[in-house]
Design a protein around this ligand. Structure first.
Ligand code: ATP
Ligand code: MG
Length: 364
């Protein structure tokens, strides 16, 4: 029986295409720890995100490709991930955060904070290092929605972010009495956002999710002036009045040179738990049609479910409180699509290999 060689295995794997990145996994330098012992082959595929939506497909194709090599008896495939850094972001904000995504909408109350918490948590559930920054200085909701309260501790001249469900958090709600109205002037808001980025010890994060206040106002501008965002996720509800606000929001991000990663339609429909009958309370399909018209990716429909509201109020977002619900599944799928879009963007902006995991010193 001829000896199996590394070259044969690499040749076989060079026919496996990463479906999102449209290049083969050898060219993308995704194969590591290749060992051949007798008739057994072992290797690791290093993905660009632990939230890879098409991991199953890559696994099936890689196993099939290597199994076809004459003489191979057993294939032991492991997965690992290394999230590439956004080169534009780290050139503007050198604090160890590899990617930063803002969740925004033109309108209030459409579910930005709900999407932001569940997006952060979904990425963390996949195994990513995640932070969630509440940029809603006037009406911070993240502490309540993530079930974390109390004053953060300091370490040296840095603030340690409280952790909720494995996600590092920061919010004005940790610093002030939640019942106290907050009256801020524009410049104070700007410096608060800068401090949240620079003075909080975020550590090494794969993704920092940023929950924006409604509208196209000061906070978005301050944020965009403080760092180069990897992208924005726009939340809408299906009805026309929400949609026209979204168009403005998209326009603002385009002006700020922030890529819009896609549009998610929240409160899309309601399925009555007793009858199973579906109601399109705010109409249907507006978000998808708008995304199509604007040439933006559509990130999915999240149904109106009382468990979403209850999870938010109880500090247990739906992806962990009711993981089998339709809303949780839609939110998990949305998070994978967002992670994949960021990987595609980062790899397009660098060479066709991973940017090495940056070993950044914290500068502020
Ligand atoms: N899909 C959903 N099903 C049921 N309730 C939802 C859903 N999405 C959001 N909610 C609820 O609607 C309310 C508003 O949502 P959320 O606070 O996330 O909106 P927002 O856009 O962040 O609001 P604001 O503009 O005030 O920041 C919350 O009580 C939340 O729990
Ligand atoms: Mg909010």
């Amino acid at each position: 029986m001829p000896k199996i060689t590394e070259a044969q295995v690499m040749e076989a794997l060079s026919h496996v295409i990463e479906p999102e990145l449209h290049k083969d996994i050898v060219t993308l330098k995704m194969i590591e720890a290749l060992h051949i012992s007798g008739n057994d082959v072992q290797f690791t595929i290093v993905l660009t995100t632990p939230a890879c939506p098409l991991k199953g497909q890559i696994e099936t194709e890689a196993l099939a490709a290597v199994s076809r090599i004459p003489g191979v008896a057993k294939v032991n495939l492991k997965f690992d991930s290394r999230v590439p850094a956004d080169a534009r972001l780290i050139s503007t904000l050198d604090i160890g955060v590899r990617n930063a995504v803002a969740v925004a909408s033109g309108k209030g109350g459409v579910g930005k904070s709900t999407v932001a918490t569940n997006l952060a948590l979904s990425l963390a559930l996949e195994g990513a290092q995640v932070g969630l920054l509440d940029a809603d200085i006037y009406g911070p909701n993240i502490p309540l929605m993530m079930g974390v309260s109390g004053r953060p501790k300091a370490k040296g001249n840095k603030i340690l972010p409280p952790v909720g469900h494995g996600v590092k958090l920061f919010s004005m709600g940790f610093l002030v009495d939640p019942k106290q109205p907050m009256i801020w002037r524009g410049p104070m808001l700007h410096s608060a956002i800068r401090q949240f980025l620079h003075d909080v010890d975020w550590g090494n994060l794969d993704y920092l999710i940023i929950d924006l206040p409604p509208g196209t106002g000061d906070a978005s501008l301050s944020l965009a002036q403080s760092l180069s965002l990897s992208g924005a996720v726009i939340v809408t509800t299906p009805q026309q009045v929400a949609i026209s606000d979204v168009v403005r929001s998209v326009g603002m991000f385009e002006q700020l040179n922030v890529p819009v990663l896609g549009v998610v339609e929240n409160m899309s429909y309601f399925v009555a738990p007793d009858t199973g009958k579906r109601y399109d309370i705010f109409g249907h399909g507006g978000g998808q049609a708008m995304a199509r018209d604007m040439g933006l990716p559509f990130l999915g429909e999240i149904p109106l479910e009382s468990a979403v509201r209850a999870g938010g109020d109880a500090g247990k977002p739906i992806v962990i409180s009711e993981p089998e619900s339709a809303a949780a599944k839609a939110l998990r799928a949305m998070a994978r699509t967002v992670a994949a879009a960021i990987s595609v963007q980062n790899l397009a902006n660098t060479s066709p290999q991973f940017a090495p995991r940056p070993n950044l010193s914290i500068v502020y």
